[in-house]
Design a protein around this ligand. Structure first.
Ligand code: PLP
Length: 423
């Protein structure tokens, strides 16, 4: 049996209807932007393996840092103990985060970072003796697959089996061009009609929705409204963090600063699962009390795992090398050029670029479904041509690792262009 056949015996894959899905491709090796399967077929990883891997597969700088940490102190519990890698990660983050962020809490993945943020927003008011239990979120948001994160998510595809079992969420429109005012009005109404504890959002780009983009000025206005009404703001930067938008964080484009931020995906350069939620001093202070019941009773067994911290430190250092910043600027520039050449194509409805993120929408008759026929046809075409892209309905997006070469990126563009001829 090959790997794919052995896999089929026992493994249950994410977001997969096993009865109708193609068997998974067994990958045996990765280097930089490339992956190889068990038949030695080569693929360009044009989505950085679900947006986690900016510095390339099998990156030796991060691998060395991990090995050194594994042979020094691989893990120690974070309840009652601390260690240098965790202290260094927090010190380093303090130099990168918006300057109102003063405390950090470690967890394991994007969903848990969101779970922590929502729990802190709710308990903040509980600790103050105020009853505020509603969370505001965008339509078509994606914040993860644990329960509070699912509640905040608006893509019904992921959550329909659990409707009626969620915390209270009110949804407002995303302030995409032409819909800004509708979004502001909906936010004011949501705050007026509910006891809102917090507002969670993906800043500037909604990833899972298909790289839906909106302007910093619009988000600033929403943050201003929340701040006027003491609604806690949570920037879910799980996808956008660590350079994707061209700045370290999407929030770096804003005038107003969020009260909390959620980080994961690229945090460890795509090596070890890890996440961080960050907070203002005011949030931390609402839990700081003689009363033990006011503490944040949340934790995970592997909280602040030293090996994950070592990977995060190495990644954050790589991000700010001239080489990587130049790569980000180069990819952005070439996306803009590709956008110019493709947006006039008769089958392209719209195209957009922010940082290293590029997306185009294919013209369709009616709405394309999330995992529909068009999407599957495109996906299969890309795989056949050795490029890993996962379209969302009729939206094709590229989010490459920063180290992708000029030639590899050009191949990705060409395959996307040829795909337009088969749809
Ligand atoms: C991927 C993602 C999450 C969930 O992260 P997991 O590590 O998959 O749990 C949450 N928020 C956003 C914006 C994401 O892109």
């Amino acid at each position: 049996m090959n790997l794919t056949e052995r896999d089929a015996l026992y493994n249950w894959h994410p977001y997969t209807q096993h009865k109708t899905a193609q068997p998974p491709i067994a990958i045996v090796k990765g280097k930089d932007a490339l992956l190889w399967d068990e038949n030695n077929k080569e693929y360009i990883d044009a989505i950085a393996s679900w947006w986690v891997n900016p510095f390339g597969h099998s990156n030796t700088v991060i691998a060395d840092a991990i090995y050194k940490q594994l042979t020094t102190l691989e893990h120690v519990l974070f309840g009652g103990f601390t260690h240098e890698p965790a202290v260094k990660v927090s010190e380093k983050l303090m130099t990168l985060l918006p300057n109102n962020q003063k405390k950090i809490f470690f967890s394991d993945n994007g969903s848990t970072s969101v779970e922590v943020a929502i729990k802190v927003a709710l308990q903040y008011f509980y600790n103050k003796g105020e009853k505020k239990t509603t969370i505001i979120a965008f339509e078509n948001a994606f914040h993860g697959d644990t329960f509070a994160a699912m509640a905040a998510s608006g893509i019904s595809f992921y959550t329909q089996a659990f409707q009626g079992m969620f915390i209270d969420v009110v949804r407002i429109p995303v302030p995409v061009k032409g819909h800004e005012v509708a979004s502001y009005v909906a936010l004011r109404e949501a705050i007026q009609n509910n006891n809102c504890a917090g507002f969670i959002f993906e800043p500037l780009v909604q990833g899972a929705a298909g790289m839906v983009m909106y302007e910093p000025e619009a988000l600033d206005e929403l943050l201003k409204i929340c701040q006027e009404h003491k609604v806690i703001t949570i920037a879910d930067e799980v996808m956008t963090g660590f350079g994707k938008t061209g700045k370290t964080f999407a929030c770096d484009y804003l005038q107003h600063q969020p009260d909390m931020m959620c980080l994961s995906k690229a945090l460890t350069g795509g090596t070890i699962p890890m996440a961080i939620t960050t907070f203002t001093q005011e949030l931390f202070d609402a839990f700081y009390d003689e009363d033990i019941n006011k503490a944040l009773f949340h934790g995970h067994t592997f909280t602040a795992n030293p090996t994950g911290c070592a990977a995060a430190l190495a990644s954050m250092e790589l991000l700010h090398t001239d080489e990587m910043q130049n790569n980000i600027a180069r990819i952005h520039q070439s996306h803009l050029e590709f956008q110019k050449r493709i947006e006039q194509h008769p089958k392209v409805a719209t195209a957009r670029t922010l940082g290293v993120i590029f997306a185009l929408e294919i013209k369709t008759e009616g709405a394309a479904s999330y995992y529909g026929t068009l999407r599957n046809k495109l996906y299969d075409f890309f795989i056949e041509n050795g490029v890993i892209l996962r379209p969302v309905g009729n939206i094709v997006y590229i989010l490459p690792p920063y180290i992708i070469t000029k030639e590899q990126l050009e191949k990705v563009y060409q395959v996307v262009e040829s795909a337009l001829e088969i749809v």
